[in-house]
Design a protein around this ligand. Structure first.
Ligand code: C5P
Length: 235
């Protein structure tokens, strides 16, 4: 059994552009403590011995820049650069198509823009996939969660969802290769597009386990998030 990692990194970062001076660069290429965000992410997975190879999906215009960075930071032997798509699921599907592995191998998908993932959480996810075939990192909700209806006057609460039933999905999200492949094929046939891999696998009828995440494993999304990531790094 081997472990492969897919890092979707083909987002264009429109939410980030609003307030950041380096708005020309998508967030995965912005610098965090002097090193590109994506390189922090690659380092985290490279530190896990079970990881055989990492596939990074980027926009065609970024492929050359990333290939140069992969070489510069010494990842050439374990990283492959593939072309991303118009939405996250397409980027992951492209990387999945490029993967050559056995049915029982494990595929971890991780947002390139969550650079503070740690080796222990990655390993816990791998062990959970070995046991359950599908597992994601999730953060139990601490706030009270409301369901709302959007109206012209703003949001109106329709119900309160007991928070013990809620986890916020993070990444990595890990699956046996055969399960992820089948779930993606079914989603493509039905025209279903999810915002994470678990939603694709859930609709294929599989159970997905949850591994405890952490607030530090957040997704760099908006202005201010890089400063927050630097704060966590300093700790
Ligand atoms: O924008 P979002 O929060 O969905 O981004 C999550 C991850 O998916 C990011 O690492 C982003 O680069 C990636 N992504 C992608 N292809 C897209 C859109 C997002 O690989 N078309």
């Amino acid at each position: 059994m081997r472990v492969y990692v897919i890092l979707p990194a083909a987002g264009i970062g429109t939410r980030m552009a609003a307030g950041h001076s380096a708005s020309a660069a998508p967030k995965q290429f912005l610098e965090l403590a002097g090193t590109p965000v994506l390189i922090h992410t690659l380092r985290a997975f490279a530190a896990v011995p079970e990881v055989a190879a990492m596939y990074v999906a980027v926009r065609p215009a970024e492929m050359e820049r990333l290939a140069a960075q992969v070489k510069e930071y010494g990842f050439s032997d374990r990283v492959r650069v593939v072309e991303g798509g118009d939405h996250r699921q397409e980027s992951v599907a492209n990387a999945l198509a490029a993967l050559e592995c056995d049915a029982d191998d494990i595929v971890l998908v991780h947002d390139a823009v969550r650079p503070l993932i740690d080796a222990a959480t990655i390993q816990r996810t791998i062990h959970a996939v070995e046991k359950h075939d599908a597992a994601i990192v999730g953060l139990p909700a601490v706030d009270t969660i409301k369901q709302v209806e959007r109206t012209a006057d703003g949001a109106i609460i329709t119900s309160t969802i007991p928070r013990e039933y809620i986890v916020q999905a993070q990444t990595p999200q890990g699956f046996r290769y055969h399960l992820l492949k089948r779930a993606f094929a079914e989603a493509a046939a039905d025209g279903f597009i999810g915002t994470d891999e678990a939603s694709v696998v859930e609709r294929a009828g599989a159970q997905v386990a949850v591994v405890q995440g952490s607030p530090a494993n957040f997704k760099i999304t908006q202005p201010g998030d890089l400063e927050l990531a630097e704060f966590y790094l300093r700790r």
